[in-house]
Design a protein around this ligand. Structure first.
Ligand code: FPP
Length: 229
């Protein structure tokens, strides 16, 4: 089967290199995260403007808890502030917010902000911006299979997909990782089964909407065969 998609529906990004971006400038790592959050905003607005339906961003992994306590605390505060500050952006641009991952490990206050942002943007019908928070693909798949068993459902590809955090979303068409690292790092392993991969040399704070456009241009020229010839 040859199926060249004219335009992607779902782009997922591993936003890597905030720390190195800051180090290059003699700044604290946290300055890199601050700058990274601005890029999240720019890319979200652009993705919505060009008609993308789903943008999933890896903001905090199940492994990120092992970072220095102060950095974890900073990231938690940044996330909460970001969600609160960005509510007008979501609403003005008709962008729906969704979180995936095991949210139960976050503070009550952050959980509340995530829930409120989700509810207040539920009616938005443009882009869905999905933040992966305390997310790990193995953890997600394990929770999905546990849910399937608990519901007494038969274990099939469909029942597993229906119980993933991403249920109802299309598979990932394009996976991007910034900073030059060539790894998937436990991100959307199920959903990326047929994704085209793009590894970009820039650090996340240097990534721009023009880089996203170049990737989409390249993608639309590639031919996807889904295992066929
Ligand atoms: C990777 O850079 C980035 C993260 C672990 C967190 C991602 C967070 C942001 C982009 C900013 C906050 C996001 C939102 C949605 C408000 P790194 O720290 O691993 O960089 P390094 O590999 O150079 O050390």
């Amino acid at each position: 089967m040859i199926d060249a998609l004219p335009f992607p529906q779902h782009i997922a990004i591993i936003m890597d290199g905030n720390g190195r971006w800051a180090k290059e400038r003699d700044l604290k790592r946290t300055a890199g995260h601050e700058e990274g959050a601005k890029v999240v905003r720019e890319i979200t607005i652009h993705a919505n403007n060009i008609g993308l339906k789903y943008l999933t961003l890896y903001a905090f992994s199940t492994e990120n808890w092992s970072r220095p306590k102060l950095e974890v605390e900073f990231l938690m505060k940044l996330l909460e502030r970001h969600l609160k500050d960005e509510l007008p952006m979501y609403l003005e641009n008709n962008v729906r917010f969704k979180a995936i991952g095991d949210l139960s490990k976050f503070s009550k206050s952050l959980q509340k902000t995530i829930k409120e942002t989700t509810q207040k943007t539920l009616h938005c019908s443009g882009l869905t911006q999905v933040l992966a928070l305390n997310y790990g693909s193995r953890d997600e798949m394990t929770r999905a299979v546990q849910a399937v068993v608990q519901k007494g459902m038969e274990i099939t590809q469909e029942s597993i997909a229906q119980n993933l955090d991403t249920q109802g979303m299309p598979d990932v068409d394009i996976l991007v990782r910034t900073s030059g690292e060539v790894r998937i790092s436990n991100f959307l392993l199920w959903q990326c089964a047929y994704a085209e991969m793009f590894f970009v040399q820039k650090f996340w704070p240097d990534f721009s909407k023009y880089d996203l456009d170049d990737i989409i241009d390249d993608f639309t020229k590639r031919e996807r065969r889904f295992g066929g010839i």
